[in-house]
Write a protein that binds this ligand. Structure first.
Ligand code: F6P
Length: 342
């Protein structure tokens, strides 16, 4: 059986009418940029790519987080790769306060690309998994020079979403709305090879992922839900649960796509101005699409993530995603709490 490359997979999807030629080429460009990021990440200390950006004092991104050199390098690789292809109207990124139009020197296309160039960047300096997350939206009709507000579309309108995980192997996981498919980078050939067609998340799980150090800041339904997981066999769930935390959403979601689980980054009281840590447009939405396309579910605890009408480019949301029945159980705790409080 010959191996199926990403290029061949996308051409077959185009023949089936699942992807337009422009979107196919755009996804090829994103995949090419991810290969370049994979090379930069893989050099580690030998490539002078570790540590903070901007010298000893460091530099801070729009999220108020310290920027790593590799955050900046990855952002530049994605912007440069996508500038001249003619498929995009504009890009937006975690690392930039505002969206960036495709420069006048190049033709503009009909899609918008939004990305987190290097997710989990606190893992960079410890040589642990990091990744790129991306989402593709249609540029609204009649808009030639897209701006921030043109990106504010619910996740259900995404035409493609994916991530590239830079781990022991580099993997691109992609959906164009017809299942979620995983590709492993063959470093010798330089191409992504289909190794995980139609990934499926088991509906039930005994594994959860949450940063327990924030426990005292959580609201009541999250407290109650996690307490029952921790009570294991002796509690109302009647079974033991295992815990894992990669500290890079790409790593945790990849595990869930591979063997199930629930990933949680809930609302907490640490900073009431921030409803959760994760960003809707370039973290929660693309991951929610990938997870739903693999038979899982993605919720804030109270509503489906893909239904949220965004109000700003860098909006944050609480996230409960993964095995369908477990996400439903977590949302039930919220519903019961809200009903009792009403
Ligand atoms: O900024 C996003 C992120 O790095 C995610 O990739 C990851 O799941 C989370 O933050 C880690 O958060 P914490 O620092 O609380 O472990």
């Amino acid at each position: 059986m010959p191996s199926i490359s990403l290029t061949r997979h996308l051409i077959e999807e185009q023949r089936l009418g699942h992807v337009t030629p422009d979107l196919r080429l755009l996804l090829e460009v994103v995949a090419r940029a991810c290969k370049r990021i994979s090379v930069a990440v893989g050099k580690g200390a030998l490539g002078d790519v570790l540590g903070e950006a901007g010298g000893a004092d460091g530099s801070i991104n729009i999220q108020g987080e310290a920027q790593k050199k590799l955050d900046v390098i990855s952002n530049e690789i994605l912007l440069e790769a996508n500038a001249w292809g003619g498929h995009l109207a504009a890009c937006a990124s975690e690392e930039m306060e505002h969206s960036q139009q495709i420069p006048d020197a190049f033709p503009r296309g009909n899609y918008l690309l939004v990305f987190d160039p290097l997710d989990g960047s606190s893992n960079i300096d410890i040589n642990a998994s990091v990744g790129t997350i991306f989402s593709v939206l249609r540029c609204p009709e009649g808009v030639s020079a897209a701006e921030d507000h043109d990106f504010l579309q619910a996740g259900s309108t995404q035409v493609a979403a994916g991530y590239c995980l830079y781990g022991p192997s580099t993997m691109l996981v992609l959906t164009i709305g017809h299942g979620t498919h995983g590709f492993t980078l063959d470093r010798e050939q330089g191409s992504f090879v289909l190794t995980g067609p139609h990934m499926r998340i088991p509906e039930q799980t005994r594994e959860f992922a949450i940063n327990m150090s924030n426990q005292r800041h959580w609201e009541a339904p999250t407290q109650a839900y996690v307490a029952d997981l921790l009570a294991g066999k002796d509690g109302p769930r009647g079974q033991d649960f295992n815990m894992r935390w990669v500290a890079a959403m790409v790593g945790d979601v990849h595990r869930i796509l591979t063997r199930g689980g629930i990933f949680i980054y809930p609302w907490d009281r640490k900073d009431p101005a921030k409803p959760g840590k994760l960003r809707l447009m370039y973290e929660a939405n693309p991951m929610a699409m990938l997870v739903e396309q693999a038979g899982g579910a993605a919720s804030t605890g109270r509503e489906r993530i893909l239904d949220i009408p965004p109000t700003s480019l860098h909006q944050r949301v609480p996230v409960f995603l993964g095995s369908k029945e477990e996400v439903e159980t977590a949302t039930r705790y919220h519903r019961q709490h809200d009903t009792a409080a009403a």
